[in-house]
Design a protein around this ligand. Sequence first.
Ligand SMILES: Cc1ncc(COP(=O)(O)O)c(C=O)c1O
Length: 423
Amino acid sequence: MTQNATVWRPYAQMQTALPAREIVSTEGATLTLADGRKLIDGVASWWTACHGYNHPHIIQAIQQQAATLPHFMLGELIHQPAQTLAKKLSKLLPGDLNHVFYSESGSVAVEIAMKMALQYWINHQTPERQQFVYFQHGYHGDTFFTMSVSDPQDGIHPPFQTMLPPQLLRPIPTTASLLEEFEKWLSNNSHRIAALILEPLVQGAGGMKIYSTDTLRAICELCRRFDVLIIMDEVFTGFGRTGSLFAIEQADVLPDIVCLSKALTGGTLPLAATIARHHVFQAFLGETPDKGLMHGTTFMGNALACAAANASLDLFASQPRIQQVALIEELLMAELQTLKDVPGVKDVRVKGAIGVVQLAKPMTTELNWFKQRFIEDGVWCRPFGDIVYTTPALTISHEELLSITNAIVKQVTTWSKHFYTHK
Ligand SMILES: Cc1ncc(COP(=O)(O)O)c(C=O)c1O
């Protein structure tokens, strides 16, 4: 029997998902659909398109690279785009975060970081350090090892819970008493911990939870005290999103391993990097292959993607992106605050170019309702869980951003009347 071919979409119940509309082009902060409709993008393609879509500098870099060397396997031979990018990243990151291991997605970058941490201890003759500490509301990917350090209650991974390696889940120590508890707990458990993994300042896919630089600093200080490696997952927060190029800058902390992806190529091509400090890299040096990091993916360090990332970093160097984020933050705060007292709104919070309206309960059928309403309003927003949020391109204009916040204010207010107040 012939079946229609299906594009099996991500995070979708294909039986009830709205039919996918076709997108035909992108430009700046605007999406054009096949029916000619234009939408202002409030999500930046899952937080990747930091310079807006089709930035000519990035497109040109990809085209030039495509004409000479689109891809070559990274084993043995090395190419200039991968080398340049490693140099640029290590210059931008603090301390001796100099050793760049490439892959193609955030999940795999985190897998590699976890593998590095485990083998770091094996190579140090401490193989009993096998577990990872992770935080409630954390999210680090959809592959098996990353699912084991993502919040088990987040609604994405429940069917697999019994199959995942057991890790060590803790609340983020945001108060003095939680911090004291965390300190005691770490001192009792550090002997079995390979690393702590966390998203700095903002936990993204776990509900856009924001926490302070003081908390981040205190967590890192405790890890140092108890000799626990720190894996900082900047896959979401990296490249300006929280108001600095990397979120770790705001807390002035130096993790052992950093994971980057998403906005690394300015939203054009898949690329990720797991970047280690020198003492981590050094632990893998020796005379025998088994001490080395026996990991590699076919398209790691793809030349097109590295060229795009280099061009994206040129733009961070030459354009006022961080100032643009400050203006976005100001506007988001002013506009979204108006929802604070609307019934059914639990919280309104903003950090850099992230604006969040948290509702009193998780959405069910309202998710599709919101998505449709936003399209009718000419914007593209994709609420999930209990939050309606925007993470626009950092280059979005004042008027475009106002269209997004106006639509959020309008639709959350309507939601409150129809789905909340009258229940
Ligand atoms: C903090 C964080 N880590 C890892 C990932 C996984 O990245 P990818 O979807 O590229 O596998 C995500 C994706 O949302 C993320 O937000």
